[in-house]
Design a protein around this ligand. Structure first.
Ligand code: ZN
Length: 242
């Protein structure tokens, strides 16, 4: 069974009563419950220890890591960022959620600013599936309406995605690439836009389907490990025959 670690900054829910009302046990608990029982899920949070719950042992036993953060990206230790990046290059999947577009781990893996424009007006969001053959679109309708969300608008400063699955439309006229996939080394990264902390997005049934699909897509594929080293010829040279 795919082993998932759900990582959450877990500050808004503790510090702000309004947010705690939406996610009383934290966003990580809502995501964990969406992923169970299909996956073996553990959670980790920023303040739980010096490694933010992401020791080498935890990461070595994680097939897919999901990441939600917002107000404390800078507090994530660079040692942990390096460790996560290395594990992704080795094949661990990474699912990056909402405001984690500005997380250190995502920016390091993208190599761009990952900037965007935003407006927290609580109007609705319409998510369109633009690649119905993609595994992350499995068992979804052609579009999904979320009653209340934060607006994120283009331009989203990320590398051209390897996979484009969702495009969102907002009532202000903006559009956004809301579901994009990347390959980095042996690893897969999926970014999914919705999930502002003030709204109950992660309880939405179609959003929960997307979370499960994204984790399944990002899971390690057991492809060959690359060799970055001096390499002998695999074919004999003419003079070697005899
Ligand atoms: Zn937000």
């Amino acid at each position: 069974m795919t082993r998932v670690t759900v990582w959450n900054e877990y500050r808004h829910e503790r510090d702000e009563p309004k947010i705690r009302q939406v996610y009383p046990q934290g966003i990580h608990t809502a995501i964990k419950e969406a992923l169970e029982p299909r996956f073996a899920v553990r959670t980790a949070t920023l303040d739980e220890d010096a490694d933010h719950g992401l020791s080498e042992d935890v990461l070595n036993n994680t097939d897919v890591l999901t990441w939600w953060g917002h107000m404390a990206h800078q507090e994530v230790d660079d040692r942990v960022v390096d460790r996560v990046r290395q594990r992704v290059l080795e094949g661990m999947g990474l699912v990056v959620l909402h405001s984690a577009h500005h997380s250190k781990v995502f920016r390091r893996l993208m190599g761009t600013t990952c900037n965007l424009k935003w407006r927290e007006d609580g109007r609705h969001e319409r998510i369109w599936v633009v690649n119905p053959a993609h595994p992350v679109a499995r068992e979804l309708p052609l579009w999904i309406d979320l009653p209340q969300e934060e607006m994120y608008g283009e331009i989203f400063d990320v590398p051209t995605p390897d996979e484009l699955v969702f495009i969102s439309w907002f009532p202000g006229g903006e559009v956004f690439r809301s579901g994009v996939g990347y390959y980095r080394g042996r690893g897969r990264i999926f970014y999914f836009r919705p999930g502002h902390e003030a709204f109950p997005t992660y309880y939405h049934p179609h959003v929960q389907t997307i979370l499960r699909n994204a984790v399944a897509w990002a899971a390690p594929t057991l492809g060959p490990a690359p060799e970055f080293e001096w390499s002998p010829s695999l074919e004999p040279r003419a003079g070697d025959r005899g």
